[in-house]
Design a protein. Sequence first.
Length: 416
Amino acid sequence: MLHALPEYMVNDFFKTASASWPRAKRIGGFFVAPFVAMLFVVSVVYACAPVFHVAPPRAFAGSSWYNPYANLHTAPGRWQLANFHAHSRAWGGLTSGSQSAENVVAAYRKLHYDVIGVSNYSTSPRSRVEGTFPVYEHGLNIFKAHQLVLGTDHVTWLDYPFWQSRNQQQNILTKLRSNAALVAIAHPRVRNAYTPDDLRYLSDYDLLEVLNRYSLPAEDEWDAALSSGHPVWLLADDDSHNVTDVEVTGVNATEVYARTPDTQDIIDALRAGRAYGVHTENGHMPLQLKSLQMRGDTVSVAVSGAVTDLRILGEDGAVRARATGQAAKRGQLSVVAAPSDGYLRVVAQGDSTMLLTNPVIRWDGRELARVEPIIDWPRTIRWRIFWVLAYGSLGWRYAGLRRRRLARLADARLPG
C-alpha cells in the first residue's frame, strides 16, 4: 500500500513513526510495569501457600447417634428466623448492593426476621447496624469461592484471585477459622467454586450454604462432605443484593433454635446444629419442623404444612424412606438406619417450598469426629523451592536480556 503513495509522504510517515516510538514505549512501560509488579505479588501469594496432607474420606462411626434436635421440646428457647447473607451499598458502590444497610435491616424486620446479617464483602462487622448479626463475606477471586465469616470483627484479606487448588482452598478456610466463631462455605455451586470432590476432603469449616438463591440446592456437595466424615451443618440464605425485589428477598431462611436472637446464643445453636433451612417466599414458613427423634437406629420425623414429598436420606444422599401424595400429607415418616449409614437427614417439599433438616450423625457419645488439616511440610518446602528457582530463572533471563539491550544501545552510540 505504501508503494502507491508519493515518496515525500512515505518519508514523512516513517519520520513520524520513528519519533513517536520512544514515546509509545514509555507509555507502554507506564502500564506494563505496574501490571508485572501486580502479577509478581500475586504469584508470591500462591508460592507461599502450604501443601496439606490428604486425609482419606471416612464415614461417621459410633454406637450412638448425635441428634441436634433432641429434647428441643423441653429446652428453653424458640425458633429464630434468620438470614446471614445479604448485601447493602458498600465500597463506594463498587459492590452490587442497592440499598443502605439500614434499609436492608428494615426490609427484613418487616418480614419478621429475628436474626439479620448484612454480609458485605470484606467489611468489618464493627461498622454494622446495631442489633444485626456480625458477619461478612470473604472472597476476592474470579470463581466465586466465597465464605461467610461469622461472629468476628476481624477481616482476613488473604485470597487467591485466579485458580484455587484444594491446598489453597484449605488454607483460606484454616486462616478464616482461626479468627472466627464459625465459617460457612457460601454458594458452593456458583461457578462450580466447590465441587463435591473438593468437599470430600476440605475441613476446618462449620457450615455449608445449601440453599442460596443463585443456584440449585447444594445437596450433592453437602452429602459428599457428610459421607466423608465432615460434620457440617446447613445454612439457608437469600444472598440478596436488592431488598425491594421480592424474588430474591425472603426466599430462603435458616430457622435457629436458640434462647434469644443474641449473637452468642445463635452461634452456640448453629455450632450444635440446632437449625433447619427453608426455601419459601416473603419470609413465610409454610413448612415447619415439629420434631425429629432417634430411638435406637430408628429416625422419626414430623413436619407441619402442606407436604407433597417427604424423604429420609442416608449415606451419599441415598433415599432410605419416602412418602408422596396422600401419605406425605400426614407429614410423618420413619426408617431404620442401614448399617452403612453414617448419617440421616430429611427433605420435605411442598408445591413451591422446601425444608431441609440437619443430619443425625453416628458418634461415640462424647464428641463429633472432625478432620483436622495438617500441613505436609516436606511437600510445602519443595513447592516453595520450585517457586524460588522459577523466580531465579526469570531474574537471570531478564538480566541477560537487559545486558544485551544495553550492549546494543552502546554499539548504536559509537561513531562511524
